[in-house]
Design a protein around this ligand. Structure first.
Ligand code: FAE
Length: 547
């Protein structure tokens, strides 16, 4: 960390303006959680980073869900695994004594190499919310890809560091549309249960839900949904529900009830750091190099693959370039990260054997957000847990699964807020632009219209029944729909097309894809349980057959 950042005063008191400004991210999505042990008590780890010239049996690019599953299962099979991630380790407290910044007060830790925040919810009550921050290898990347901003986690733990922990298994009847080439029996009998158990998925105590002040917003959401005849469901999560009860009782440091989520939870949430990655590290066979960015993978003359890695400083500058040789490489850089790498490496001739499916089949899981303005006699609560716990399942009738999301501003807003996952049929493609030297994505903002139509099938009806209206102040001026973003990038290296039916890339033996890029654009619900379960399935087969 640079000296100027170290010398900044601790972040303390939160002004009303900053508090409101901090709520942007929450919306829609969001929540992250911490763990029982205070994160600021975590010991600083001595990073054993990968050495230049190293020859390793397995290199895993990325430490999100797919990468963490691969690392744990390979290590348990006796293989030494080296993981690299372009983001930071997130195991060391910042100047305020906390590892993660609060959503109400974004700082240098909050965004990946930006000088101004780009919060998903950009406005509130007429105020623009974004603010200047020092450029830093922060935790949330708002990557602008043509017609869409793709939010992604950066660091050891990938998206699990920043997400809402909503851990949803798709309804079995929808699975054929999610992963058509995969046998549902093996997923629902073996791999979904395994993923749910390893991730520590749980559901809120229904009795506590009925009385907890922090879920008044969700109970209002339920009442409105049910009065309009929509099915209302609880949404499982990896947040520690017992910890949240203690937060409410005031006996432990607050995280979900302090609005933490989008830039990390200092307590309560079981991210991959506490689950798969902890178990992988405990094998003694896994090393992780943070701030290591892979730029090339190409066949080595001696066998295996030559991997070029840039080591980054926290200002984003390259401090060293390393080449290592790996017998096998697992791509787990996320849908956008893996797709961008493979599209470029194919176009530049580094991996000439890849097939024509590379870069295709990308979708945004039909994400669209909106808010509703309730009546003054229908408050949603000044205290709102940042962890959503309930939603409206209208997938079968209208193609939308709408989660009731918090708006934890600390003040009464009389607003209901929703992130909808919809059955948007549009798929985009990544291509290499040699002139600009960049991989581009041809997503069009107008392609969100089917998602808006599907979400409207719920909220127009609720508004008519309740005599309420949409909020128009959350995404700009007089703009109802948050249609400019996604939290759920999926596809780009689709299973059974760009790879075989277990993630082996065509054309280059020993290269595998294990992340969200395998899923063709839509999971019908929040995606990380499916990404995890699919990785469990594929890595089991790869270990049994290839190693
Ligand atoms: P991911 O977790 O993104 O990990 C990829 C890793 O690779 C990252 O750590 C990158 O830093 C790293 N990387 C990328 N490129 C390179 C490179 N070239 N070299 C080295 N490292 C690289 O991939 N999903 C849910 O199911 N429930 C939720 O409640 C939920 N809420 C969300 C809220 C937010 C704000 C966001 C951003 C996402 C949310 N998601 C949620 C989505 C979920 O986090 C995402 O689908 C998974 O994290 C994707 O997992 P992957 O393993 O594909």
């Amino acid at each position: 960390m640079s000296a100027d950042l170290q010398n900044r005063p601790p972040l303390s008191g939160i002004s009303r303006r900053r508090f409101i400004a901090g709520t942007g991210f929450i919306s829609g999505a969001v929540m992250l959680g911490g763990h029982h042990a205070p994160a600021h008590a975590a010991p600083q780890r001595e990073a054993a980073v990968i050495e230049p010239g190293a020859r390793v049996p397995v290199l895993v690019i990325g430490t999100g869900y797919g990468g963490s599953v691969a690392a744990l299962r390979l290590a348990q099979a006796g293989v030494d695994v080296h993981m690299v991630d372009m983001g930071m380790a997130w195991d060391t407290p910042g100047p305020d004594g906390k590892v993660f910044a609060n959503t109400t007060s974004p700082d240098h830790r909050s965004f990946w190499l930006r000088t101004r925040t780009k919060q998903p919810l950009s406005n509130f009550l007429g105020f623009p919310l974004d603010k200047n921050v020092p450029r830093y290898t922060g935790i949330l990347d708002a990557e602008e890809m043509g017609g869409i901003t793709v939010y992604q986690g950066r660091g050891v733990g990938g998206g699990s560091l920043v997400n809402g922990g909503m851990a949803v298994t798709p309804r079995r009847e929808n699975f054929g549309g999610v992963l058509p080439s995969v046998d549902p029996d093996e997923m629902y009998d073996v791999y979904y249960p395994r993923a749910n158990a390893e991730l520590g998925v749980g559901t809120i105590d229904p009795a506590w839900f009925e009385t907890a002040a922090c879920y008044q917003y969700a109970r209002v959401g339920r009442r409105h949904a049910q009065r309009s005849g929509f099915p209302f469901v609880f949404v499982p999560d990896v947040y520690d529900w017992e910890y949240m009860k203690q937060e409410a009782a005031g006996t432990v440091p607050k995280s979900a009830l302090a609005g933490e989520i989008l830039y990390g939870n200092n307590h309560g949430k079981k991210s991959l750091q506490q689950t798969y990655l902890a178990r992988a590290r405990a094998t003694g066979k896994v090393t992780i190099s943070p701030l290591h960015h892979v730029t090339s993978v190409t066949p080595a003359s001696s066998g295996g693959y030559t991997v070029t890695i840039e080591q980054l400083g926290t200002g984003g500058a390259v401090t060293a370039t390393k080449t290592v040789t790996a017998a096998r490489v697992f791509f787990a850089a996320g849908s956008v990260g893996t797709s961008k790498l493979l599209v470029r490496l194919k176009a530049q001739g580094a991996l000439p054997g890849l097939n024509g499916e590379i870069g295709k089949g990308w979708g945004e899981n039909g994400n669209v957000m909106c808010g509703r303005a309730n009546h003054l006699w229908d408050p949603t609560g000044a205290l709102q847990s940042s962890i959503p716990t309930a939603g409206i399942d209208n997938w079968a009738a209208g193609g939308a699964f709408a989660e009731v999301a918090p708006l934890p501003t600390g003040i009464e807003t009389y607003a209901s807020f929703y992130l909808s996952i919809t059955k948007n049929p549009h798929r985009a493609e990544f291509t290499w632009n040699a002139a600009s030297g960049k991989v581009e994505l041809n997503w069009q903002t107008a392609w969100k219209q089917p998602s808006i139509t599907m979400a409207k099938s719920i909220f127009d009806r609720i508004n008519a029944k309740e005599g309420t209206i949409y909020r128009t102040d959350l995404f700009g001026f007089h703009k109802i729909w948050g249609d400019h973003l996604t939290y759920h990038p999926l596809g780009g290296v689709v299973l059974d097309k760009a790879t075989d039916n277990h993630g082996r890339l065509h054309g280059h033996a020993g290269l595998y894809v294990v992340d969200g890029s395998l899923i063709p654009g839509n999971a019908s619900v929040n995606p990380f349980v499916t990404i995890t379960a699919l990785a469990e399935r594929n890595v089991e087969e790869i270990i049994a057959t290839d190693l």
